[in-house]
Ligand binder design. Structure first.
Ligand SMILES: Nc1ncnc2c1ncn2[C@@H]1O[C@H](COP(=O)(O)OP(=O)(O)O)[C@@H](O)[C@H]1O
Ligand SMILES: [Mg+2]
Length: 239
């Protein structure tokens, strides 16, 4: 039991309509890990995240959260089991304020101590506290990413899926976001499964990583192994 991964994706095929995008992808996330998925555009990284979160369902293979088969669960059921998803785009309610966005993050919880949870998010992202009455749509890309991450953390999840949190951000903001992700994970927080274009940085931060290409597993290993692998470097790290 103790050796059971938190998340196990086993030989999953999935896609849209007639087109199959993932062809038997396998991967796992263990308790407390940061796991990074890298790979070229169109590899199926976002499709994999959507399939794990129940927005798509596997045609073959299974997805387990601990010992529970969630392959055919809805996102709503999956959130209830402690998994959150920060999508690549449209990940905040632009018409709501920062504070309202955070409250939406925890709306599923009946007896949540909202104030305490919000304070925890504000500690992580003091900038959100300063701007808590501002509409999210009026904020910069980096600040919106903080709102999206903060909303996910309101649920006190055991696993957070993040799809390209650094996309479109300035180098300085990318650094801040990555530093915060590491901090969240290190301070006894959730395991994190992160998809990134910024392969170097995300592998540096990750305990383990996977390279996905054309909907298939290509490489896997510790973040450091993948960074040191000459073939991974040449093909996927621009080395
Ligand atoms: N909603 C969709 N309907 C049909 N095809 C899609 C949809 N979303 C993505 N695809 C296709 O799936 C493939 C993988 O896309 P995606 O998972 O977004 O890749 P990545 O995130 O690795 O860039 C692409 O060929 C893309 O065109
Ligand atoms: Mg994507």
């Amino acid at each position: 039991m103790d050796n059971m991964p938190l998340l196990k994706v086993d030989s999953v095929s999935a896609g849209y309509g007639d087109s199959e995008i993932l062809h038997g992808v396998s991967m796992e996330v263990r308790e407390g890990e940061i796991v990074s998925i890298i790979g070229p555009n169109g590899a199926g990284k976002s499709t994999l995240m959507k399939t794990i979160f129940g927005l798509l369902h596997p045609r073959q293979g299974t997805i387990h959260l601990r010992d529970k088969d969630i392959s055919h669960h809805s996102p709503y059921q999956i959130v209830g089991l402690g998994m959150c998803y920060v999508p690549q785009v449209a990940n905040v309610f632009t018409e709501l304020t920062v504070e309202e966005n955070l409250e939406m993050g925890a709306f599923l919880l009946k007896n949540a101590n909202m104030d305490e949870r919000k304070e925890r998010v504000y500690e992580l992202f003091p900038r959100l506290k300063e701007r808590r009455r501002q509409r999210a749509g009026k904020m910069s890309g980096g600040e919106r990413q903080m709102v999206a991450m903060g909303s996910a953390l309101m649920l006190d999840p055991t696993l957070v899926l993040m799809d390209e949190p650094s996309a479109g951000l300035s180098p300085k903001m990318v650094e801040l976001i990555f530093e915060r992700i590491e901090h969240i994970n290190k301070s006894g927080g959730p395991a994190i499964l992160i998809v990134e274009q910024n392969a170097q940085l995300s592998l540096q931060m990750a305990h383990r990583g996977y390279v996905l290409a054309a909907g298939e597993n290509r490489f896997e290993g510790t973040g450091q192994d993948l960074l040191n692998d000459p073939e991974v470097g040449r093909l996927y790290l621009g080395g």
